[in-house]
Write a protein that binds this ligand. Structure first.
Ligand code: TXA
Ligand code: MG
Length: 325
């Protein structure tokens, strides 16, 4: 079911009363609170089980409102906001007074974006303020791309779930730091590096897989219950066979043309040839393998161009070292 006008009003009321609303965006579902209400923001961290030092994104209704939330807007930020908003781009800027430190994990910078989803935009304009929203999942796990994912994972911990259907992009926004001289990508996402470079007119740096650590980005993140192992494309099946023989419940990610030939005992995800479709499906695929009882997922990385950069980033993080279990 999709949200209707009455739902939007009700959700805005929940936000005004200091409650939590799960809202659809074009990337993933968010767990929203009034950005200017420190107690409501604190509840987000509690519900997610997320350390309070991890900064949140403030969602606003239009690019015109940006100046209300940040100290200053550098030229590059204005350019990017004008070009990509509403859309899957988050800009990190110097924090305006309006933003409580609870929302920024104590940082003097703030992440802001205008989401490209009619239900999110209707909520933001009905509410009138900014909405801090991390992805609506428990800390470290796979982000939700449907309202059912949110209900399954957070249940009664959320005061209201706005259903806006399946998310069209499927991976989180691209985060660009525009506080320094040259914009740089902190997290690859729905807006590609190539698109950013075309608008800015120069190359844009991306952190290497093992390099720079952004607050709130742990090695193991976006991870299903099953362990994820990444191998060369031609080794996926052999790796899966060996693990299966060792008694594991194995799920494999395979390109469409190989998926049909896979041994029936594996749970198989047929990876779409289009990167748009792959990104849109990625988190649902991982959730699906968990539901099928897999304890190991064997996959390979896509070529890291276009949306492939964000998909590879999420797969690497899903495969990262875990601190528990
Ligand atoms: O697509 C998205 O961005 C989704 C939807 C709901 O908008 N949101 C999302 O939020 O992915 P979250 O909290 O799961 O990830 C936001 C990340 C944090 O992990 C952190 O790394 C980064 O944004 N971040 C937020 N504020 C920052 C800041 N001031 N400086 C650097 N990084 C920041
Ligand atoms: Mg998240």
């Amino acid at each position: 079911m999709t949200a209707i006008t009455g739902d939007i009003e009700r959700a805005a009321g929940v936000l005004r009363a200091g409650g939590l609303v799960a809202l659809p965006t074009e990337t993933v579902y968010g767990l929203g609170a009034n950005a200017e209400d420190p107690a409501a923001v604190a509840r987000i961290f509690q519900v997610k089980g997320r350390p309070p030092s991890h900064p949140l994104i403030v969602h606003i209704a239009t690019a015109d409102l940006l100046d209300d939330w940040v100290e200053e807007v550098p030229r590059a930020a204005r350019l990017l906001a004008g070009h990509f908003w509403p859309g899957p781009l988050t800009l990190v800027l110097r924090r305006g007074r309006r933003v409580p430190l609870e929302a920024t994990g104590g940082l003097e910078t703030v992440a802001v974006r205008v989401p490209d989803h009619p239900v999110a935009l209707a909520l933001l304009s009905a509410f009138g303020g900014g909405v801090t929203a991390p992805s609506a999942n428990r800390f470290g796990s796979v982000s939700p791309t449907t309202a059912d994912h949110v209900r399954a994972e957070l249940g009664d911990a959320v005061d209201f779930v706005l259903d806006g259907g399946s998310c069209q992009v499927g991976v989180e926004s691209t985060i660009v730091d525009v506080t320094g001289g040259t914009p740089c990508i902190l997290r690859p996402g729905g807006v590609t590096r190539e698109d950013l470079e075309a608008v800015l007119g120069h190359p844009v740096a991306v952190p290497s897989a093992s390099g720079v650590r952004v607050p709130g980005q742990h090695p193991s993140h976006y991870a299903p219950r099953a362990r994820v192992v990444l191998v060369e494309p031609e080794k996926v099946l052999a790796e899966a066979e060996a693990a299966q023989e060792a008694g594991r419940q194995v799920g494999v990610f395979l390109p469409l043309h190989l998926a049909a030939t896979a041994v029936k005992t594996h749970a198989v995800v047929a990876v779409p040839a289009s990167l748009d479709a792959y990104a849109r499906g990625l988190y649902g695929f991982l959730r699906g393998l968990d539901e099928q009882g897999c304890d190991l997922v064997v996959a390979s990385l896509p070529v890291e161009e276009g949306l492939g950069l964000a998909i590879a980033n999420r797969l690497r993080r899903a495969a990262g070292p875990r601190t528990s279990v």
